[in-house]
Design a protein around this ligand. Structure first.
Ligand code: NCD
Length: 318
């Protein structure tokens, strides 16, 4: 096998074929976890989190531990040398000496890309500002595929903060590669999908899409409803956040309008956008989605480290 260093900074760093192979591996990890318990014995994952996180960081750490590996890192920029002014490039060089693979979350768009240019170990983008979140996308794809049994011929509603929501940007980027995906973008005017995503990603793909301001009229036509939180930390002023934060609230009454085959997803954390009463609806899949995050991260670690095939060329040895 010829191995060149691979990173996952943008969802398109994996081809569709590689993405599907990774989901296959994640399915196997979900079904036969014990078989993977020692695959990463002796390996170290570094989690460098300059921004808050619960699920992403802990699911990465859980993933590595379930593979038999160890973890080190920080969950707060103020406890790292960033507080002394160290550059991302220097931190990436250092961490390459201490770990075998690194997951980085940063408030600055592009920071994980910079890290990947200086690192000698695989770098995984665990969310960069309002930009991308490719491992959440893998989690979302696995959830859709496990629940709907397909990744094509779907009408997908994305609702909430489509402007700052990085999970939305990454999911759109990855899904446009699947057959016959139709998007329904549900957001207030101020939080609509960035025009670069519409112009450079959605339109060239030929995927059908529409933008609407209210949820009720489109609920019956959706196969998937992907709810998102209004991203308070990315607003310039608190007044705008307060005005927009409760734009959409999915509750039991609204769920009556939806198809019985709908699945409701959310990358979490939720604030008010899904009423707690929806949790008991069998169509609510956001906690299953969070569980799937561990399986895809286990699969990703295994593939980026070359322990499981799928990302590197197999060369004939004759
Ligand atoms: C998301 C994120 O960090 O972008 N959370 C996550 O990783 N599951 C969504 C959010 O914070 O709203």
């Amino acid at each position: 096998m010829s191995k060149t260093l691979r990173h996952l900074v943008d969802p398109l760093d994996l081809t569709l074929e590689e993405t599907l192979r990774l989901l296959d591996l994640a399915d196997d990890v979900a079904d036969h976890g014990d078989a993977y318990a020692h695959k990463c014995d002796g390996k170290i994952l570094a989690t460098l989190f300059y921004e808050p996180s619960t699920r992403t960081r802990l699911s990465f750490e859980s993933a590595m531990m379930r593979l038999g590996g160890k973890v080190l890192g920080f969950s707060n920029a103020s406890s790292s040398s960033a507080a002394k002014g160290e550059s991302v490039a220097d931190t990436a060089r250092m961490i390459s000496c201490y770990a075998d693979i690194v997951a980085m979350r940063h408030n600055k768009e592009g920071a994980p890309r910079v890290a990947s240019m200086y690192s000698t170990i695989p770098v995984i983008n665990a969310g960069d500002g309002g930009h991308q979140h490719p491992t959440q996308t893998l989690t979302d794809l696995l959830t859709i595929r496990r629940e709907k049994k397909r990744l094509d011929n779907l009408t997908i509603g994305l609702c909430g903060d489509l402007k700052f929501g990085r999970t939305v940007h990454s999911l759109i980027k990855s899904l446009v590669r699947c057959e016959n995906i139709r998007f329904v973008f549900i957001s207030p005017e101020e939080l609509h999908v960035p025009s670069y995503i519409i112009e450079e990603v959605v339109k060239p793909s030929g995927c059908e899409y529409k933008e609407v301001r209210t949820m009720d009229e489109v609920l019956p036509e959706l196969d998937v409803l992907y709810m998102t939180r209004v991203q308070r930390e990315r607003f310039f002023n608190e007044e705008d956040y307060i005005r927009l934060k409760d734009s959409y609230i999915l509750d039991a009454e609204k769920m009556k309008l939806a198809s019985e085959n709908l699945i409701v997803m959310h990358p979490l954390p939720r604030v008010n956008e899904i009423a707690v009463e929806v949790d008991d609806d069998p169509r609510a899949k956001y906690f299953v989605q969070a569980q799937n995050g561990v399986y895809v991260r286990m699969a990703l670690i295994l593939m980026l480290l070359g322990i499981e095939p799928g990302l590197f060329k197999v060369e004939s040895t004759c």
